[in-house]
Design a protein around this ligand. Structure first.
Ligand SMILES: [Fe+2]
Length: 500
């Protein structure tokens, strides 16, 4: 392949120029005709292409960079995503299905190296050795029953206690070698995470102390939300076990200056179906539209009775910040008016999955003294993947960064919210491009909020190639676009860590 053509910078494309570029690249033999047809068929196909299995595993250096990587941005961005759409001949149905692919970008003195590798869990290796899909996925059953579900660390990745942990929320974290990305074993936090306890994919970290907070659920019929403090020595301390009226689903949490908040949507599992082994967890989910969404407010030290507040039924995956001022709290959440997202995600591989209600960026105000929700306002439509300057956790924040999607939840617009001026700034990915969650990286430890960089992957269908964008968080101006020469699936979450 002609690398000079491959790395030619492309301007932001409208549909007309996209057509012209695709025709040129097809004529030059640089892109397959069926890929062109897919892109032209609409954004539905862009969504499929953006999450396709990776082109390769490996390490690539001397990457082509448009612009300039900031010389003081020296560290590593880790991303993780479901990396398969088929497993040994079986079509995977759900967007969450597939073995986890880790991608890391190492930035050093203006240069970039990218590595990609599947997390080689014992289950993945067992399937590879037999050439058969043996384990159920969240939304796809294995052809032959018996092995149970797979612990897929494809949701988030953090560095903690001197090791890299890929997180699934369906089981224990996977410890991964930071250099080689080799799987090193399931991690139980020095024996402090009980054997059958899951661990959230969204732990939160206190910016003042460095201590983390996390939660898990016991596999089986225990109906309790177990809350942990992640101690600086790497161990977990259980600080609460909160009984729940039914089997529940909590994906994310909020960390304030004094409290933790868990938002529990009225989503349950049909347990007989789930434990039959003949129905996937995705298909066993039930939405109780007449039940409330519950907010559980717990003191960070676990003491006292949690405050339970109710809101109308809805679905939620992610939250922004939680600001506390005395008895008053302000929290931002991506609330959907129903759980139609589940039907969409479960039928994701089909040609025409049912459409879903899009999440709304919603600000709730809580009065702990009155024990009630005193305000609720929608401040953004169709958005997801909220990130903010986590040095501001628990305090009033001016800025939030989200991704706005179209149909099929393909993220195509980066949004910077300025709550002080009630304004937003947008960056559109451009036709034939998809974006991934943007990670805020402060310029340095003492910089002010919003003074830093936004790092996010993007995917160009025209080039069938993944890139890393580095933007000034305050202006959204792009400092650099790092072309990888590969395509990696757009996924969910990741984090950046400065070199120490
Ligand atoms: Fe998430």
């Amino acid at each position: 392949m002609n690398s000079s053509l491959l790395h030619r910078p492309l301007p932001t494309l409208n549909r007309r120029s996209l057509l012209a570029s695709l025709s040129m690249l097809t004529a030059a033999g640089l892109i397959e005709p069926q890929l062109v047809a897919s892109v032209l068929a609409g954004e539905r196909d862009l969504g499929r292409l953006a999450v396709q299995a990776p082109s390769s595993e490996g390490t690539w250096s001397s990457l082509h960079v448009e612009g300039a990587i900031p010389k003081d941005l020296n560290g590593t961005l880790y991303r993780v995503a479901p990396g398969q759409k088929t497993n040994h001949g079986v079509q995977l149905r759900h967007l969450f299905d597939g073995d986890a692919l880790l991608v890391k970008y190492q930035l050093r003195e203006g240069n970039a190296t990218v590595s990609a590798r599947f997390v080689e869990t014992p289950e993945r290796l067992e399937e590879a050795a037999t050439g058969t899909m043996l384990y159920n996925e969240f939304g796809t059953l294995a052809p032959a029953p018996g092995k149970g579900g797979k612990n897929q660390p494809s949701i988030n990745v953090i560095r903690w206690d001197g090791r890299l942990l890929a997180l699934s929320e369906g089981g224990h974290p996977s410890a991964v070698n930071e250099q080689t990305l080799a799987f090193e074993g399931y991690w139980d936090f020095h024996g402090t995470l009980p054997k059958d306890m899951s661990f959230t994919a969204h732990p939160k970290f206190d910016p003042e102390t460095g201590v983390g907070y996390a939660f898990g659920t016991h596999k089986g019929r225990d109906l309790a939300l177990t809350v942990f403090r992640m101690e600086l020595d790497g161990r977990l301390t259980q600080i609460a076990s909160l009984p729940q009226p039914d089997y529940f689903m909590v994906h994310d949490m909020l960390l304030g200056s004094e409290h933790l908040v868990f938002v529990v949507p009225p989503v349950h599992y049909d347990l007989p179906s789930l434990f039959s082994g003949r129905v996937t967890p995705a298909d066993a989910l039930r939405y109780a539209a007449s039940d409330p969404t519950r907010l559980i407010v717990l003191r960070k030290d676990g003491t006292g009775e949690p405050v339970i507040l109710e809101q109308p039924a809805g679905m939620v995956f992610h939250h922004g910040n939680l600001a506390e001022a005395g008895d008053l709290m302000t929290m931002d959440s991506l609330l959907s008016p129903d759980a139609s997202i589940f039907q969409h995600l479960a039928a994701w591989s089909e040609s025409n999955p049912p459409q879903a209600q899009l999440p709304q960026l919603t600000r709730l105000t809580l009065d702990l003294k009155q024990k009630r929700v005193t305000g609720r306002s929608v401040i953004g439509e169709g958005q997801e993947f909220p990130r903010f300057d986590t040095r501001m956790s628990g305090k009033a924040t001016r800025h939030l960064y989200t991704m706005q999607g179209g149909e099929n939840f393909t993220q195509q617009t980066l949004v910077r919210h300025d709550f002080a001026s009630a304004t937003t700034q947008h960056v559109d990915a451009g036709a034939g491009n998809a974006f991934e969650e943007a990670v805020f990286v402060p310029r340095h430890g003492k910089s002010s909020e919003d003074d830093g960089w936004l790092l996010h992957q993007g995917y160009s269908a025209v080039r069938n190639e993944t890139y890393l964008d580095i933007r000034d968080a305050a202006t959204l101006d792009r400092a650099a676009r790092v072309w990888t020469g590969q395509h990696f699936p757009i996924g969910f979450h990741g984090n950046f860590y400065y070199d120490v």
